[in-house]
Design a protein around this ligand. Sequence first.
Ligand code: OOG
Ligand code: MG
Length: 267
Amino acid sequence: MSQHGMGLDDIAIARLAERIETAQTYATPIRKLTDDYPEMTVADAYRVQTALRRSYEARGQRVVGWKAGLTSRPKMLQMGVEQPGIGFLTDAMARPENTVISLSDMIHPRAECEIAFVTGAELAGHVTREQVLAATDYIQPSVEIIDSRFTGFKFDLESVLADNSSSARFISGGRPRRPGSIDLRTIGTVMELNGEIVALGASAEVLGHPADAVAMLVGVLHDMGEPLPAGSFVMSGAITAAVPVKPGDCLTARFLDMGSISVRFGE
Ligand code: OOG
Ligand code: MG
């Protein structure tokens, strides 16, 4: 019997967080958590994610922001998961644009184009699109490199949330814009891999408006008893399906009226 009356007990949560952290650290795939804990709930999954976050913080990593995931139809179709979720981003996951990003410490990395928000004021509770925009200093192009720790990149909602929503690396760049200076629904994105166009989209794919994904994220944080602090870097979720990348690949993500981000991948 857990002290919460429902859900996994604290020992199971700690064990699962350790299992995820080991898989992330050594880039070794594991089976879905729900194979062993079929009774696991979404609330349990976020408890595992929080335990993972505390462990990285105890090792000196700093949480610099958050990400929304599975916020677009193309992503939901690709992954077979119908509900969006969130994950944390640390300073150790950040990579600069125009550099070589090592893939040797990832299992099966994939790239995504996302609109990122940088907040200038705290956001907490159940907020509206307008409140998100009012608290946003600027928006910026970003690329996320996700990596599921689950075999075959196959999971269910509970497992992926516990795995920090597949967070691995992120890159910000391009041209920052004030939120009022651009229509956030009609930002076209083009992803090129080695000069070939591999994914095309428009930002309205993200819940109709990317700021709504940030509002969703703030609501999930609120349910966990936490605010989104001022100065957070928040990714609103992939616009298109994610694209597998391998050492030697050159990726350019172009964002309409917001410039582009280029990176190369290495061993
Ligand atoms: C889950 C993470 C999804 C996004 O932008 O939709 C995500 C996954 O697909 O592995 O980061
Ligand atoms: Mg993403």
